[in-house]
Ligand binder design. Structure first.
Ligand SMILES: [Zn+2]
Length: 207
């Protein structure tokens, strides 16, 4: 726990990245980072527990690639310890995990984002939908790809079965990690198309 770089203090009001400002932004609660000013992300807000650095990379890698689904319990309790109030303030009406392709689910045996989504949904009493947003194309893991390759890799890889379920809802999209945001962007684009009211993103870690 001591080695985990938890995100604390001043952060961007949109993407949640920690800001290197030493004074509090109480008077400007909607202060945005440079990236969000130049190219606003498609989501409304993003929350993360910690930075995707050092030991966190090992934790995520063990969770996803070394058959350690039980780590999900620890990740859920860290999410709730750090972000419970922050999540409730957004008043999400529906939680949706970033989906795995059926073939990947078969290989891995469990779906790491759904485990987080169900754990958080159960604790906060928010319904979880994991059959609506689906991954229709099998893609290679994003982890070793460049930013541009990631965007290309996930383009058109998802689809929504029932737009009605998302219409006018405040959605909390959950994934384990936010790095370049290519996967999240692709999902959010579809949800915008389904007329969701607001789309917030929650990840355990972020780059
Ligand atoms: Zn930002």
């Amino acid at each position: 726990m001591e080695k985990i770089p938890f995100i604390k203090g001043t952060r961007c009001a949109k993407c949640g990245i920690p800001l290197k400002i030493s004074y509090p932004l109480k008077d400007i609660p909607y202060f945005l980072c440079g990236n969000c000013r130049i190219a606003p992300p498609l989501f409304d807000r993003a929350l993360s527990v910690c930075l995707y650095h050092g030991i966190v990379k090992d934790i995520i890698s063990a969770y996803k690639y070394q058959n350690k689904p039980s780590l999900g319990y620890d990740l859920v309790s860290m999410v709730l310890n750090s972000l419970k109030e922050g999540i409730l303030e957004l008043s999400p009406g529906l939680i949706i995990p970033v989906p795995l392709h059926r073939k990947r689910l078969k290989e891995r045996g469990y779906d790491q984002s759904s485990l987080l989504a169900f754990g958080i949904g159960r604790q906060l009493n928010i319904p979880v939908s994991c059959e609506n947003l689906i991954r229709t194309r099998y893609t290679i893991p994003q982890v070793n790809l460049s930013g541009y390759e990631r965007t290309k890799n996930v383009r058109g890889a998802f689809s929504i079965r029932d737009n009605e379920e998302l219409k006018d809802k405040v959605i909390l999209l959950i994934d384990d990690v936010l790095t370049t945001g290519a996967t999240i962007r692709e999902c959010v684009k579809l949800m915008r198309g389904a007329s969701a009211d607001k789309i917030h993103v929650l990840t355990f870690a972020r780059a």
